[in-house]
Each structure stands twice: as structure tokens, then as C-alpha cells.
Write a protein that binds this ligand. Structure first.
Ligand SMILES: [Zn+2]
Length: 148
């Protein structure tokens, strides 16, 4: 079911499926009725910069898919709707972020991003996988398995 996020209850561990429209309405756990912590649950790609990277990516509790792109990169364009769809589908399980390499040289060189588009897959503050070039949704999803 699209347009919903998976939120794990911190009290009983139950995975709750919450409609995206209700994510900020103080949802409670379906089993134990504890308030669910939806902080950090994102349903669309988040723009990260050299300044926010550590907090938004390395410190994030779920896996993170980072798209490295630039406005002049023709192969980056078709990735945009794919990443938006994945951010929604995997809300609560995987965070999708976008890094503009032109504006963020420190993070770009830190991870040796040489060609665009590049996807980096982070888990527990480390890169666990990466790809270069435009991919289909199916190809991206096969790489996302390492983050789940
Ligand atoms: Zn619960």
C-alpha cells in the first residue's frame, strides 16, 4: 500500500503502517496504544548539505539512500521521480536524501563522488553500497535490500 510509512513502536516493537497524511497527527501504536515517535520519518527526498550531512545521514537511525546530482547532469533528471516514489514507499524504513555536488564540495570529495548520478547507501553511519549511473527503479530497489 503506497502513501504510508512504517513506524516501529518503541514500547512493544510492533511495526505500524501509518498513512502519510496522518504522520504528524500524533499516531498511536495499534497494539499497545503508546504514542509513536514519528520524528525522523520522511516521506520525500530531503536536501542535505555539507553542514547537515553528518546529522541527516550518518546519525540517522535507519538506512539512508543518498543521490548525488547536479543541475547540469542530464542523467540525473530521470532519477528524480524514482527517488520521490521510493522515499514515499520506504517511508520510516529508508530515508532518501539528495546532495547537490556543485554546492557541497566537502561531502562530494569525502566520498570520492566522481561521476553522476551516484547513489550511496548508508547504514549505521557507514557506506555499505554505491552505484554510478542512471538506474531503473528495480535496480535501485535491489540495492536497497542491504539497508532493510
Ligand atoms: Zn506498541
Amino acid at each position: 500500500m503506497p502513501n504510508s510509512a512504517i513506524v516501529v513502536c518503541s514500547s512493544c516493537g510492533t511495526k505500524n503502517r501509518i498513512p502519510v497524511a496522518r504522520i504528524n497527527d500524533g499516531p498511536v501504536c495499534g497494539r499497545c496504544k503508546s504514542p509513536l515517535n514519528t520524528e525522523g520519518v520522511t516521506t520525500e527526498p530531503v536536501i542535505v548539505t555539507d553542514h547537515t550531512f553528518d546529522r541527516e545521514v550518518l546519525a540517522h537511525k535507519t538506512g539512508v539512500l543518498m543521490d548525488c546530482w547536479a543541475p547540469w547532469c542530464g542523467h540525473c533528471k530521470p532519477m528524480e521521480p524514482l527517488l520521490a516514489a521510493l522515499a514515499l514507499e520506504y517511508a520510516g524504513r529508508i530515508k532518501v536524501v539528495k546532495l547537490n555536488v556543485d554546492e557541497n564540495p566537502a561531502t562530494t570529495s569525502r566520498f570520492r563522488v566522481m561521476s553522476l548520478p551516484s547513489l550511496l547507501f548508508f547504514k549505521g553511519g557507514k557506506v555499505v553500497d554505491s552505484t554510478v549511473g542512471a538506474l531503473s527503479r528495480h535496480e535501485i530497489e535491489s540495492h536497497l535490500k542491504v539497508l532493510l
